[in-house]
Design a protein. Sequence first.
Length: 390
Amino acid sequence: MWAALAAVGRDPDTGGYRRGGWTPTEREATHWFLDQCATRNLTVESDGIGNLVAWWGPSDAAGVVTGSHLDSVIDGGAFDGPLGVVSALAAVDLLRAEGFEPSVPIGVGAFVEEEGSRFGMPCLGSRVAAGVLPASRALALKDRSGVSLAAALETAGTDPAGVGPSPLLERMGTFVELHVEQGRGLTAPVGVASSIWPHGRYRFTFGGEANHAGTTLMEDRHDPMLTYAMTALAANKQARLAGARATFGRLSVEPNGTNAVPSQVTAWLDARAADDATLESLLAAITKQATERAERDGTTLEVVPESVSPVVDFPAGLRDRLVDVLDGAPVLPTGAGHDAGVFSAAGIPTAMLFVRNPTGISHSPAEYAEMDDCLAGVDALAAVLKDLAK
Ligand SMILES: [Zn+2]
């Protein structure tokens, strides 16, 4: 399975994956998934936005759902997402080979546009499914080319009218997502998640005055790039002081000419912290410094939150049950967002398994996990599914 999926959406120049939601490469990965489900005689159910759950089991009652996502960030790694889907299918194979017969259905899920790399909204599929993102707002989201989600769905042959809260969740009695760990915090092959840090994406718009790079005196400028530059430094410093994370990873400059003072800089801040209060004070501190700098530069600043997800503490009872099944696997929090966080916040008993990442690198072509650790992840997931579906 891993070898078959490896080439899908991989950029030959960067070695990274480009599987934005509803792009041809992401659709190819989805068709691969559907083929795998058909081979295993799993019954696939889809919801309006295109989330998929493939069922193995004795009835159409609620059951245990596992799985993850097949889309990627721009130039992402091979493991973030697909490892959870492949491991889920492999765990089903393992349980069947053992002759295990589940007393409740086991579902293998693939959830769309988890990374938000195309439409800017992380966990887009699960947020819509859980009803926390209204269909009207989701369908109006636009990608960088100005294509709306509604138009992208139509191109993919999906009727946008069906987008909304998902009946798939009614059968999700428990959700367990296996995922590659995205930092260096896990030293054992497999661990169990305690929580997901709160996470915000904020759009900073710095307005100034376009002018000639050669004739405009330095003291006559209203240069939004300076305000932005200082803000990026302030974000880094404030995050370090708070033990948090702050990243400006995306920038748009108008008019984007080498010989022109910019008229506008738009920058997106990704900020995360261990708790909601720390995230709020981090954003306040960065905004305060940016505002002060804008006054000195004679520029303007507008800060708009595009998405803010509060902390997710996975239920302790289910987490401890997984730890017991896995003979005392280590427990750790993560700074990365997941569909599991959305489902947990929606009230579905949810847990996560992490597979060790030896370098901690993720959202990069260099993302890596040892095959032995991945296989240990399959064993762990199979043991957990067996326990929850016995
Ligand atoms: Zn992921």
